[in-house]
Design a protein around this ligand. Structure first.
Ligand code: SAM
Ligand code: SF4
Length: 332
């Protein structure tokens, strides 16, 4: 069988590629209480090794790649890597998720790589709240990145993690952004990721409650999620608005039946489900002088056949955390 089908009729076409687990932010939902130890440098895949994995995945039907991290731009050469991917894969849908703090220096690369869109993580338009969430007082830099992307004609999606008692009083700011800017603003439920996560019921703001808060600010018109219809967000347009508002509900209403993703960590571990701790170590095979691409393709195909339903794992979770690794180590 060609392509990456699993036993549930799902076909994988989308790779989330983490280029680093390092980050210049300390977002409270992403970090854990535990001391974080970074992956040693020799274990991090070289860009050439990542490109080889993308090539193998392309051969298996993957047509969309998102660079993520950690903060992808915290790794030197990330912009050049994007351009390298574009050169090798002219028809690939290339995207990147970033905290925006180091982005302005890489605008030329984003343009040259013809990225379809940049997902910008932005949890508050209020400077103090932003600093509280991310541990960095850099809201003006991120807003500059947002403006620069729009001026360059690059599509933008804002990802905001909804946090009760932190940004739950600021829905009007996000509605204003979706009304006045040609962007998708998407709220994500706080997920209990990582062994010693800071997740708690007190912080959890459900998508239903976020939706109600948005409805208190504006009329919402259900919209197709468009080109990303396999994507997990419930999208709405706003009367007279330039952009849209969306809600991603991994906890309260999962979308595992339509999942078409694989994840590759920066040290070459394949993860077939965000919530499943099972990973397939590809790096030894990737670095083995006598193992060819066909061997790696077989490993990827075999892993995909056992792609779990994350919703089952969420249901069975004990205590707060659902996976041992935090998002920073997986790539979100
Ligand atoms: N550093 C980049 C950034 O922040 O955009 C890319 C990596 S980050 C891990 C990818 C996405 O995961 C971000 O949009 C972030 O908001 C989201 N994320 C991290 N931890 C999360 C959590 N516990 N629950 C929900 N979303 C989370
Ligand atoms: Fe860094 Fe992104 Fe995690 Fe924030 S969400 S700590 S920016 S990896």
């Amino acid at each position: 069988m060609s392509g990456l089908a699993d036993g549930r009729g799902r076909v994988v076409r989308y790779l989330r590629l983490s280029v680093t687990d390092r980050c210049n932010f300390r977002c409270l939902y992403c970090h854990s209480n535990a001391r974080h130890s970074f992956i040693p440098h020799p274990h991090i895949l070289r860009y050439e090794e990542m490109a080889r994995m993308v090539d193998i995945m392309y051969g298996l039907g993957v047509r969309k790649v998102r660079l993520t991290g950690g903060e992808p731009f915290a790794r030197k050469g990330c912009g050049d890597f994007l351009v390298m991917l574009r050169r090798k894969f002219p028809d690939m849908d290339l995207r990147i998720t970033s905290n925006g703090s180091l982005l302005v220096q890489h605008l030329d690369a984003l343009r040259a790589a013809r990225v379809s869109a940049v997902n910008l993580s932005l949890d508050s338009f209020d400077r103090q709240t932003f600093a509280r969430v991310t541990g960095r007082d850099t809201l003006p830099v991120v807003l500059e990145a947002l403006d620069a992307l729009l001026a360059a004609g690059i599509g933008v999606k804002i990802n905001a993690v909804g946090l009760r008692s932190i940004n739950d009083g600021q829905m009007a700011d996000f509605v204003h952004a979706a009304r006045t800017l040609p962007i998708d603003v998407r709220f994500i439920e706080f997920m209990p990721m990582g062994g010693d996560t800071l997740w708690s019921e007190d912080y959890f703001w459900s998508a239903e409650a976020m939706l109600a808060a948005a409805r208190a600010c504006t009329e919402l018109i259900p919209a197709e999620s468009g080109a990303e219809s396999a994507g997990p967000a419930r999208m709405f347009s706003l009367p007279g608005g330039k952009g849209r508002l969306g809600f991603i509900t991994p906890l309260s209403n999962h979308f595992c039946h339509a999942c078409n993703r694989l994840r590759l960590t920066s040290d070459g571990r394949l993860r077939t489900c965000l919530f499943a701790d099972r990973e397939y170590a590809l790096r030894p095979a990737l670095r083995h002088p006598r193992l060819a691409d066909a061997y790696l393709a077989r490993m990827v195909r075999a892993a995909c056949r056992h792609k779990p339903l994350g919703a089952d794992i969420l249901r069975a979770r004990q205590g707060a955390a659902v996976a041992l690794k935090s998002m920073q180590g997986i790539g979100g």
